[in-house]
Design a protein. Structure first.
Length: 200
């Protein structure tokens, strides 16, 4: 028999011996009271001995058939309690690890949130600067186009004014010449003009 089995069977043996002693003592007192109540002067110890022996044999037989089952039950119960405690301890450790992981993730989320906010601020600032730069470029382009358009319109108006003035000058010159030239001078002027055109 191994030491483990010896250790496990020792409490069972102690328990069996204690039960036998208790039952024997109780049997002695019960038997003594019974004998005294029947009117016998002295208890008959031989009869009592046989009764105690019968009882011890009965307990021994009972222990032989049921004791192993009782020991197995209590061992199994003890093992079950031990496994439950170990399982609870393991679950407690696992829950503690999960709690630490969750707390770490929460701390990481706070850092990540701050990083995202900082990145968003930087992107917003960059976008703002880009929008301002694009607006300034478009404003400069609009101003340049407006200047160019104004200059072109000024040139067109100036050309139109020159044309009007030239027409007025020509009309005035025609009137002055028509008043000063007679028919003969007019024909001579036309002939000179035709000769210049033909020679050219």
């Amino acid at each position: 028999m191994t030491r483990k089995k010896q250790k496990n069977s020792r409490p069972a043996r102690i328990l069996l011996a204690a039960v036998i002693v208790v039952v024997a003592v109780m049997g002695v007192f019960i038997a003594g009271d019974a004998l005294a109540s029947e009117g016998h002067g002295e208890p008959r110890w031989g009869d009592l001995g046989w009764r105690v022996l019968n009882f011890v044999i009965f307990v021994g037989i009972l222990w032989h058939f049921v004791g192993g089952l009782a020991v197995k039950y209590f061992r199994g119960r003890k093992q079950g309690i031990r496994e439950t405690l170990d399982n609870l301890e393991e679950r407690r450790r696992s829950a503690s690890d999960e709690l630490a992981a969750v707390e770490k993730r929460i701390a990481g989320l706070n850092l990540e949130r701050e990083a995202i906010l900082q990145e968003s601020r930087e992107q917003a600032q960059s976008l703002k600067e880009g929008i301002i730069a694009e607006a300034e470029r478009q404003a400069a382009q609009i101003i340049a186009q407006a200047k160019s358009t104004a200059e072109n319109e000024g040139r067109a108006v100036l050309a139109e004014v020159r044309a009007v003035i030239a027409d007025e000058i020509v009309n005035a010159a025609e009137k002055v010449l028509a008043a000063k030239l007679d028919d003969a001078a007019h024909e001579k002027l036309i002939d000179n003009s035709l000769n210049k055109v033909v020679l050219q």
